[in-house]
Every structure is written in C-alpha cells, then in structure tokens.
Write a protein that binds this ligand. Structure first.
Ligand SMILES: NC(=O)c1ccc[n+]([C@@H]2O[C@H](COP(=O)([O-])OP(=O)(O)OC[C@H]3O[C@@H](n4cnc5c(N)ncnc54)[C@H](OP(=O)(O)O)[C@@H]3O)[C@@H](O)[C@H]2O)c1
Length: 290
C-alpha cells in the first residue's frame, strides 16, 4: 500500500468487487462511492485520490475506502478509473496519468461536464476506452439521473462497468451520440435548478397571497416531491397527469391559462436551448488547449 494512503486495513475485495479508482474526491465522487458501497462493493475495492488531506481523512473515515494523495497510486490499483475532477484540471490530470494509461489500458469513466472523449483520449496518449457520463446533483441523495455515452472502442463489459457505477447513485441511461450529452446537460444536468426556481417563485407568491414563509415553503416543497413521485410512479405521462388535475373552469385551469398566455412553453424551450448551447460552447473552449 502506498505511504500516502489513509486506508482501511489491506484486504482482498469481496468477490465481484473489481477495484475502481476515483481521481478527485469532491461531492460527486463521494456520492458515487457512497452508492457503490451501498450496492455491495467492498470498501477495500475503492481507491480514491484527492489532494486535500482533510478530504482524504474524512472520506477514509466515513466510507472506509483507501485514499491516496497521488493520482498515480490510486489509478495504479484499478482497471477502472473514474475521473471526477473539475473540467479545468482534467487535462493536467490526464497528462499526469497518460503513461500509466498506456501501460495499463484501463476503462475510463469521466463525469466532467463539457470535456469530450476525443480530448480525454488525446491527453491520455490515445488508444483508450472512454465512457462519458453526465450526472446531476440529486446523485448526492442516490436520486440522480445520469446519461452515458461510450466511445467506439468501449465493449459491452466496459459499458456494464460504467453503468454499474452511475446506477449506484440513481438511474442511468445511454445516448448514442456524444453531442446528445449537451441536451442531457440542459435537461437533467441543469434541471434541478429549474425546479428550485419554480419552487422559489411559487413560495414567494404564496406569501403575497397571505401564507407565512415557513408554511409556503413546506407546501411548495412537498407539492414538488408529490408531483415528482406521481410522475415517476404512475404509468401516465406528464400531459395526462396535468389534464387529470385540470377541471374545466377550475382553479388549476385559471393558473395554466396564465402560464400559456405568458408563453411558458416557449420560455422553457429557450432556457433549455441556452443551456445546451452553453454546454456545446464549453466543450469547444476546452478544445482550445493542446
Ligand atoms: N456536482 C454536480 O452536480 C455535477 C453534475 C455533473 C457533472 N459534474 C462533474 O463532476 C466533476 C466533479 O464535480 P464535483 O461537484 O464533485 O466537484 P468538486 O467537489 O470540486 O470535486 C473535485 C475534487 O477534485 C479535487 N482535485 C482538484 N485538483 C485535482 C487533481 N489535480 N487531482 C485529483 N483531484 C483533484 C478537488 O480538490 P480541491 O477541492 O482541493 O480542489 C475536489 O476535491 C466535475 O467535472 C463536474 O463537471 C458535477
């Protein structure tokens, strides 16, 4: 075990727990590792590199995983690498790991927003198997929504390994083209903030209508949760569910008419397009680097 590890005692991983290395130990890595451990992966099978000593100590203490100060030490211990650093440090991390990537040929799973597989491949020295995933913040609660894209050289086993990791923090689905991850970013990646915005606006107006702030917040939050559960747990889609609660001439119909008159659908469409365009722009900017 490397001297830099704050580790649980060395032990063989349980059967089925092939070692996985996380590079970067921030919020998203913690969420994914937590999910993997809950799904039965042995803590000894998880190696994580993180520059901050306090983060390493808390991850090792809370999760029982092996932590490393050195990215190479963590990566050297596993055939699957999860790159969970910020997009702006991705190039430096990949270049640092390129020699090891060339000798070890790991499966790479990148969760960095806006960094394309061809960039990662180039920075790692070429001929690498790369899966890109776009998770969202509810992954922190195990309720994430992730979409994955696999580069052409990733086989079925590689796809399975990547999917198992993302599924541990919520649902996961695949897209066929890498550009579709821009749409995913606009929908599920940025989506939680749209719902927060709606809850903010609903709560604010409920206060104007006479509710006290804590009651307004409680009712708005639970309404969001309840509506979300109805969407997820019913076979009916959003349109049917909306129609079912909208009696002609009733209160809901009055509110929906105002949304419609205000161009709600067009506004949402413009907002998602802006997010998707920004995601595409960020990938192009990252490409300016060698
Ligand atoms: N959070 C989300 O909702 C979300 C959604 C989709 C995608 N993502 C992607 O997930 C990735 C991680 O996001 P996050 O929210 O977990 O970020 P984060 O909390 O900032 O985690 C990144 C971690 O990487 C560490 N780090 C920095 N430089 C490093 C290096 N050279 N080698 C190894 N580790 C290094 C950071 O340490 P320091 O704190 O010391 O810098 C930090 O602990 C990002 O690329 C982001 O685009 C996040």
């Amino acid at each position: 075990m490397p001297a830099s590890s704050q580790a649980s005692p060395a032990a063989e991983p349980r059967a089925g727990s092939a070692p996985v290395a996380f590079i970067g130990g921030g919020n998203m890595a913690r969420a994914l590792v937590g999910g993997l451990l809950r799904s039965g992966v042995a803590p000894e099978a998880v190696h994580l590199a993180e520059p901050r000593l306090d983060s390493r100590e808390s991850l090792a203490h809370d999760l029982g995983i092996t932590t490393h100060a050195s990215n190479r030490d963590a990566a050297g211990a596993a055939a699957t690498w999860v790159l969970a650093v910020k997009p702006q440090v991705m190039q430096a991390v990949c270049v640092e790991l390129s020699e090891l990537a060339q000798s070890q040929r790991p499966l790479i799973l990148s969760i960095a927003a806006g960094v394309r597989t061809d960039q990662i491949e180039r920075w790692l020295g070429g001929r690498t198997r790369i899966v890109r995933a776009m998770p969202n913040t509810p992954a922190l609660l195990g309720a994430g929504a992730s979409a994955l894209y696999a580069g052409p050289s990733v086989d079925a086993d590689g796809r399975d390994r990547a999917e198992v990791i993302m599924r541990a923090a919520g649902i996961a689905c695949w897209v066929d083209k890498e550009e579709q991850l821009d749409a995913v970013t606009a929908l599920s990646g940025s989506g939680p903030a749209y719902f927060f915005l709606l809850v903010e606006a609903m709560s604010a107006e409920a206060i104007q209508l006479g509710l006290d702030p804590s009651t307004a917040r409680l009712l708005a939050e639970q309404t969001c949760l309840g509506a979300g559960r109805m969407l997820c747990e019913s076979d009916a889609g959003a349109t049917t569910l909306r129609e079912r609660v909208t009696s002609p001439g009733g209160t809901t119909a009055a509110a929906l008419a105002v949304f419609r008159q205000g161009g709600f659908a067009a506004l949402v469409a413009r907002a998602l397009r802006a997010a998707a365009d920004r995601a595409a722009e960020l990938s192009t900017q990252a490409d300016a680097s060698p």
